[in-house]
Design a protein around this ligand. Structure first.
Ligand code: PRP
Ligand code: URA
Ligand code: MG
Length: 216
């Protein structure tokens, strides 16, 4: 796994705990219930890391000991947007951290023959242009699906600087392609894999995330 820094790629700290979680979900012998449990743990870490990068304002409160505490509070509103199907697996992790968060959906499917993305529908919060957007999809392979989804957000008035793309594994070439189009979007990830195979699957990767989470 590469840990080279890329501009606007926020990597989770590469701890033994995190490597252990990836070892389980990358293992082809991991059964679906464990895949879901351990993928969910990584998703939670990605959401927490994304939240670390939102702007805050100084906020002072009085504690139960009648003392002042000089803290911060979040500035601005957020929403999630999942790229259906696999991205929906990340919605619960976002909800666990941000109660009653609004979540939009963009249905994009990669053609199995050509690996080209196709957009089917979008349903997004009306006021999305005023929000920070956590774009959710566990896999960034060629970058085509994420780029298509980001195009939809930008057409709806969301600024690149307000988009955080959360994913579990991205490829080096996918990051380069995506950032050649959207240099100011922050990618929050736990792993950057070195390459893609002839079917445009991540190598070493973990296979088809959506199938492993929902079907197999
Ligand atoms: C997967 C994945 C991404 C996309 C990544 O979805 O969840 O959306 O492929 O590949 P790319 O970077 O080359 O575009 P897929 O279209 O297989 O659908 P799924 O969510 O139903 O599994
Ligand atoms: N989609 C996946 O689920 N896995 C890959 O490796 C590439 C695209
Ligand atoms: Mg998809």
């Amino acid at each position: 796994m590469s840990t080279e820094p890329f501009k606007n790629v926020i990597m989770l700290p590469q701890t033994n705990q995190l490597t252990g979680l990836y070892t389980i979900i990358r293992d082809q012998n991991t059964k679906r219930s464990d895949f879901i449990f351990y993928a969910d743990r990584i998703i939670r870490l990605l959401v927490e890391e994304g939240l670390n990068h939102l702007p805050v304002q100084p906020t002072t409160v009085e504690t139960s000991t009648n003392q002042k505490f000089e803290g911060v509070s979040f500035l601005g509103k957020i929403c999630g947007v999942s790229i259906v199907r696999a991205g929906e697996s990340m919605e619960q992790g976002l909800r666990e951290c941000c109660r009653s968060v609004r979540i939009g959906k963009i249905l994009i499917q990669r053609d199995e023959e050509t690996a080209q993305p196709k957009l089917f529908f979008e349903k997004l919060p009306e006021d999305i242009a005023e929000r920070y957007v956590f774009l959710l999809d566990p896999m960034l392979a060629t970058g085509g699906s994420a780029a298509m989804a980001t195009e939809v957000l930008i057409k709806r008035g969301v600024k690149q600087e307000r988009i955080f793309f959360l994913n579990l594994i991205c490829s080096k070439e996918g990051v380069d392609y995506y950032h050649s189009k959207f240099p100011d979007v922050k990618i929050v990830t736990g792993a950057v894999d070195p390459c893609l195979d002839e079917n445009k699957y991540l190598i070493p990767g973990l296979g088809d995330f959506g199938d492993r989470y929902y079907c197999l």
